[in-house]
Design a protein around this ligand. Structure first.
Ligand SMILES: *Cc1c(COP(=O)(O)O)cnc(C)c1O
Length: 238
């Protein structure tokens, strides 16, 4: 194994251990938290190193970037799951349904309608998370918390979509503690709408490299970690 390969494998191990400790601190079962490796700008070779180190869940931001990587790696590693975590435009919904196991960024009824018909055409039920703009940040995508109830009701019209989670990107903070109220708010919102809708929405995708432990303490079931595994992205963009 090369130095870089050992580094990636070692970081996955270390982050998994820290994630498990955070779960235990909060009285949660570490088995209820999954680490997603976020691989935007990361090469297929580096992704494969992560897979061989035991990593099974990956997140990509862009359909075009993901296409080549997933088609290359999926045939060799069929047990790996791929989630789309970047904003999705309706004109990319077809290829996205073909590539991803789950779309975490559903944020409009129009997109739901297109995804539903693409999922129907490919004979499957597509797992989706609703992206919630928990910080009500004008620069971010997502359903405002106050509209989630109504949005969920609207999704009842789409039988080929399985709503299995909520996802959020919290406002930037230096201190992970500052993100805690947003994480807590998303969990409480999930519990509230689940109770009202009478269906439990299980997954909470929240927390990144700088604050995944706080997110787990507040109930995250998926944490999306990129740079803490693969290194800073700007280095790879040149
Ligand atoms: C890039 C990205 C991440 C990972 O960010 P890091 O700070 O590198 O861990 C997580 N979620 C989304 C939506 C992203 O775009």
């Amino acid at each position: 194994m090369s130095y870089d390969n050992k580094l990636i494998a070692g970081r996955i191990k270390e982050i998994s251990a820290r994630a498990a400790e955070a779960a235990l601190r909060a009285g949660r079962d570490p088995g209820d938290v999954r680490l997603m490796a976020v691989t935007k700008t990361v090469s297929p070779d580096a992704i494969e190193v992560a897979i061989l180190a035991g990593q099974t869940l990956f997140g990509e931001n862009y359909v075009n970037e993901a296409r080549g990587k997933i088609s290359l790696l999926a045939s060799r590693h069929p047990m790996v799951s791929w989630h789309l975590i970047g904003h999705l435009q309706t004109n990319k919904a077809g290829p996205a349904v073909g590539l991803f196991d789950c779309i975490e960024t559903l944020d409009s009824i129009k997109l739901a309608s297109v995804l539903d018909s693409k999922a129907r055409a490919s004979g499957r039920r597509l797992s989706v998370f609703i992206q919630v703009n928990i910080g009500e940040d004008v620069a971010k995508f997502g359903v405002p918390p106050g509209r989630l109830d109504e949005f969920l009701k609207g999704l009842a019209a789409f039988p080929h979509l399985a709503v299995s989670g909520l996802m959020t990107i919290t406002p930037w903070t230096d201190d992970p503690e500052d993100a805690r109220p947003w994480f807590r708010a998303l969990r409480e919102l999930r519990d509230k709408v689940s109770e009202e809708a009478g269906v439990f929405i299980k997954e909470l995708s929240m927390g990144m490299s700088r604050d995944f432990e706080t997110a787990i303490e507040e109930g995250a079931t998926i944490v999306r970690v990129g740079s803490a595994i693969f290194g800073p992205r700007y280095r790879l963009k040149i």
